[in-house]
Design a protein. Structure first.
Length: 265
């Protein structure tokens, strides 16, 4: 079994906005991301501003770590993400279906048609950015397979399965859900599991023991144990590294993760 790739999510918690154990300034975000990399995260999932500050953040992170930079906020349509392309991240998060999320004080309801996904695929190829495809149900795979069939994508196809995220595309954070999505996963995929809520450890352990990868951080679940907030994201990453090693699986560093994900930078 290949070593585990850990993705750190450094953004705010959408369902626990009162916790506030995440970075709120550009420089704090940079420091948070670097500390996550030092703790064992090979991929840094960051929400970048829609301005030239995005380039500043990416450049500063890269000056301090070789970890993969993954630009998040797939809820924005393609035409509003030019700054994500301009700052040249290694990866770009793209949802493979309709955004239908219900958070504590935010509702996200946005259509992402296949034509937009195909445009994303072409633009990522043009900019030399690896797409990271967000999978919420098997319909996500239909869109992914369609683009693969049209020759728009080259393997490995990087996907993240989402469990427990509230809203119209909710997928239960259960063993059966994971095995079902894993069963229908297109050939040539490298998958990660993201779980929002207290079931995160259970789903992470399941992914670790079956060859998947995990996404951990304040955006997904800001608690280190029960209802105890983590001191910082690095603490969450350290716990994930400990869990993986206790289960007998090594953790990939940035160089190995780049090789496994097909990033040539």
């Amino acid at each position: 079994m290949q070593n585990l790739i850990i993705t750190a999510t450094t953004a705010n918690s959408w369902i626990h906005p009162e916790i506030k154990n995440w970075a709120e300034t550009d420089d704090d975000l940079i420091q948070d991301a670097v500390e996550c990399a030092e703790a064992g995260a090979a991929i840094l999932h960051v929400h970048l501003p829609r301005s030239s500050r995005a380039t500043y953040i990416v450049d500063k992170i890269r000056s301090k770590t070789d970890a993969i930079v993954q630009a998040g906020m797939s809820s924005f349509p393609l035409e509003e993400r030019q700054t994500d392309f301009d700052c040249a991240p290694d990866m770009l998060s793209i949802i493979l279906n309709h955004h239908a999320e219900e958070f504590t004080s935010v509702t996200v309801d946005r259509i992402h048609p296949l034509s937009e996904l195909e445009a994303y695929a072409k633009k990522c190829a043009e900019y030399g950015i690896k797409p990271e495809w967000e999978v919420w149900h098997t319909g996500s795979y239909w869109n992914l397979n369609c683009m693969i069939g049209k020759g728009l994508l080259k393997p490995p196809h990087i996907i993240t399965m989402f469990f427990g995220w509230p809203g119209g595309t909710w997928c239960p954070p259960e063993v059966e859900s994971y095995l079902y999505l894993k069963r229908f996963m297109p050939e040539g995929c490298l998958h990660t599991v993201s779980t929002m809520g207290e079931e995160q450890t259970k789903m992470a352990a399941l992914a670790i023991c079956t060859g998947g990868n995990i996404r951990i951080g304040t955006e997904d679940n800001p608690f280190i144990e029960g209802k105890q907030p983590a001191k910082c994201n690095a603490e969450l990453i350290e716990r994930a590294v400990w869990l993986s090693k206790k289960m007998g699986r090594g953790v990939a560093g940035p160089a190995e993760a780049k090789k496994l994900t097909g990033i040539h930078k």
